[in-house]
Write a protein that binds this ligand. Structure first.
Ligand code: PMP
Length: 455
């Protein structure tokens, strides 16, 4: 039977079983490593690493640029790039050199003292994103958490508004979706929520200004936390006028606007904020900016920074709830400086975006050629396809277009032929070193998969 994704389920199930068995046969060392990891919770360093299409994860031996070699000796073309953490490519030479210099020559991985690199990184982030004052964390999750705390403090308002099916890291306030009756409900699977999420949060669909206004009109929203394009439920791009409308409404209802650029950084050297001339009050980011070394950062507008620093009732120095011992450490700062100044430069983005444009164009042709009802979206260096056409216009529509079985089949099929996509998406990200030959290799395997699926 053919479903909405346009594929025959029985055929798909048979092909998926075949591919999974090939995957397991050819990876005895990864399988054995997984078996030996009995003292890890869920057998993996972090439970999400069990999100693998084939029953056990591929264990990494080496990684360089856009290539990964696993412990069984297979080489992969990596379009996952650590789900953006390695957008600069694996171990870019300037970052390796800066980190080695910091650790081996100068010494001091963590000291509770600033290094001069931090000011250079803050200045570069200001130049790119337009917000003048920066502070650091170790993850984008913490950058979001701390930004939320600051905005609650400065507004005295309790709630944070997010888009349905957003992802901003494991931030309690963000685990809310629009329920069937149009009201916010806890996202399915929300683990150990501290309080009912509707007590802390409001939610609106992406691309829905009327829904946003309805929620903001309650007058209790401290901040809207959003990605300028959704990237964690496929890519959902903003419709014309939507982001300007968000800015206008947040101002009208006294809510601050946080742009989370952790993934949308793929849009250009200053993320979607610079590419689309947006003016958030706060910008959060992490993952890619230090070339794979842990970092998070948030930038504040001048007015906001002044308002917060002027409040002597807020403990920003000791245990007031904003801070982390290793945040701003010398290694993160050295890595971020090298990555921003020498790797993810304006020129590099031009190359990455051109490669992604070739990727998206080729993908569309193949999908059309097989007559499948799928759509392709591009956000700068990032490309993703969804099993729906036309392209979903909000998170709920996009979630409804998910097809886990089909997605898993394509991931395993590609992995068995030496290509990696991001486990949580059909997402392909271009690094500075990704070539059009790499794109063509992906496309020829992808076309073979579709030929088998539609036979
Ligand atoms: N913001 C966005 C938009 C993300 O996609 C993610 C993670 N995928 C995060 C924040 C959190 O990043 P981290 O897990 O590195 O804290």
């Amino acid at each position: 039977m053919t479903t909405e994704s346009g594929v025959d389920r029985a055929l798909l199930a048979g092909l998926a079983t075949r591919e999974r068995s090939v995957f397991a046969q050819r990876r005895p060392r990864s399988a054995a490593a997984y078996q030996r990891a009995g003292h890890l919770f869920g057998r993996v360093p972090m439970t999400w690493m069990n999100k693998t299409a084939a029953g056990f994860p591929v264990y990494v031996e080496r990684a360089s640029g856009n290539r990964i070699t696993d412990v069984d000796g297979h080489e992969y073309l990596d379009f996952c790039l650590g789900d953006t953490g390695a957008m600069a490519g694996h171990s870019p030479a300037p970052v390796v050199e800066a980190v080695n210099h910091r650790l081996a020559t100068l010494g001091g991985a963590t000291t509770m003292m600033p290094t001069e690199d931090a000011a250079a990184v803050g200045a570069e982030l200001s130049r790119r994103f337009g917000l003048p004052y920066w502070s650091f964390a170790l993850t984008a999750t913490d950058a979001n958490r701390w930004a939320i705390r600051l905005l609650r403090a400065v507004t005295g308002r309790p709630k944070i508004l997010v888009n349905s099916y957003c992802y901003h890291g494991s931030v309690d306030e963000s685990l809310i979706v629009v329920g069937p009756d149009g009201h916010g409900v806890s996202r399915e699977g929300n683990v150990g929520a501290p309080v009912d999420v509707t007590a802390t949060s409001r939610v609106a669909e992406f691309n829905d200004l009327a829904g946003l206004e309805r929620e903001l009109a309650h007058g209790d929203v401290a901040a809207v936390l959003m990605e300028p394009a959704l990237t964690n439920i496929g890519i959902v791009l903003p419709e014309p006028g939507y982001l300007a409308g968000v800015r206008e409404l947040t101002r009208r209802y006294g809510a601050y606007l946080i742009n989370d650029e952790t993934h949308t950084f793929s849009a250009g050297p200053g993320g979607a904020t610079a590419a689309w001339e947006l003016s958030p009050d706060v910008l959060t980011i992490g993952k890619a900016i230090a070339g794979g070394i842990p970092i998070g950062a948030y930038g504040l507008s001048a007015g906001l920074a002044e308002a917060i620093l002027g409040r002597d009732d807020l403990d920003l120095v000791d245990m007031g709830g904003v801070g982390g011992t290793l945040a701003g450490n010398p290694v993160s700062m050295a890595a971020a400086r090298a990555c921003l100044e020498q790797v993810l430069t304006e020129q590099t983005f031009d190359v990455m975006i051109a490669t992604a444009t070739a990727f998206a164009g080729g993908l569309r042709k193949i999908i059309e050629g097989y007559g499948l009802p799928w759509s392709v979206s591009q956000l700068g260096a990032r490309v993703e396809y969804r099993f729906a056409d036309p392209v979903p216009r909000n998170g709920t529509e996009s979630a409804a277009a998910a097809d886990a079985e089909l997605e898993d089949f394509l991931h395993v099929y590609l992995a068995n032929r030496g290509v990696l996509l991001t486990p949580f998406h059909n997402m392909a990200l271009m690094s500075p070193g990704t070539t059009t030959a790499d794109v063509e290799r992906h496309h020829s395997i992808f076309a073979d998969a579709l030929a088998e699926l539609t036979a």
